[in-house]
Design a protein around this ligand. Sequence first.
Ligand SMILES: NC(=O)c1ccc[n+]([C@@H]2O[C@H](COP(=O)([O-])OP(=O)(O)OC[C@H]3O[C@@H](n4cnc5c(N)ncnc54)[C@H](O)[C@@H]3O)[C@@H](O)[C@H]2O)c1
Length: 372
Amino acid sequence: MIIGVPKEIKNNEFRVAMSASGVHELVGNAHTVLVERGAGIGSSIADDEYALAGAHMVDTAAQAWQDADMVVKVKEPIASEYQYFRKDLVLFTYLHLAAEPELTKALIDAGVTAIAYETVQDGRTLPLLAPMSEVAGRLSVQVGAQCLTAPAGGKGILLGGVPGVRPAKVVVLGAGVAGTNAAAMALGTGAEVTILDININRLRELDAIYQGRLKTVASNALEIERSLVDADLVIGSVLVPGAKAPKLVTNGLVAKMKPGSVLVDIAVDQGGCFEDSHPTTHQEPTFRVHESVFYCVANMPGAVPNTSTYALTNVTLPYVVQIAAKGVHRAVAENAALRAGLSTTGGRLTNAAVGAAHGIEVIDSLEVAAHH
Ligand SMILES: NC(=O)c1ccc[n+]([C@@H]2O[C@H](COP(=O)([O-])OP(=O)(O)OC[C@H]3O[C@@H](n4cnc5c(N)ncnc54)[C@H](O)[C@@H]3O)[C@@H](O)[C@H]2O)c1
């Protein structure tokens, strides 16, 4: 199979859909990989690295799209890329179609077989979303530490303290993928860390792992208030699948917090779990609420594209390898995780949530698989 890797052209997107090791793996399996020149620059991966791994470097996006059987990307295509859609094209990328009616229509009209990273589902986990939550969770402590410095408007406190000086108090709301990664990083700095979740089994697991070094607390309004009033850094990382994030931290509660405390809302991409959260950018990441600093960047992994690219391609590659080896229809028929990711094929929509969002009729992906 010929696999195309175009350069990402969405504003401020520096990741790329395949690392040089991914190219090497596919080329080793007798596939051809077309990489658009410069595609890896934003992630600090030079063209030479790709070429050494066996990629065939192409000069234009058109070549990476038109000469490929399957295109792998990071972000959903933008309008200028719709021209490359065709019925024998397989597209594997983040799509977020429920928020993209025009893209949905363009994919259906052209008959593209599109598989969305974010809906690939293995059991109860979303394996192609998890690495970005890991990145955001770990980064939240790094940015939070920076925001706590006096020049950044924070209370001028070092997370780990020093010998003889108390460490900072870090509170993590939500003990999922992002939250546990945040807690692990915060513990690593020497901070005093408390994590809250409504899922007591999750807290049990963490308690067993950390043997008392991490405080676990059942999440409810009273415990959140108790934990937050003397917290230095709060990290919001809750998720209710398919819904907006619950507003766990009210404006009134922020007013009770100490001046210069910092609140990082990772869940801002789902509406945010603090009442005053609104999405910010890497250029202007913070704003003040009462006397606290809020950090609400909706695309945190974008700050560390090198790490994010490797993390993403580590998890997408096994699926790319399967699709390349079997062809998309057999791969989808044989792999339920991949089937959950199938969004459009042969001019039909196969994702129920997207269908409900746009009022488009949906066919069962199993039915599609059975036809091939
Ligand atoms: N800002 C970014 O750049 C960025 C990047 C990646 C992920 N995210 C977002 O981070 C959020 C967390 O993602 P995740 O992968 O860790 O999700 P996850 O499903 O792994 O974890 C969410 C956790 O929140 C818990 N939770 C739900 N309601 C709660 C409540 N009321 N109190 C306490 N805990 C509660 C759940 O029990 C679960 O353990 C999501 O909104 C995701 O979209 C943002």
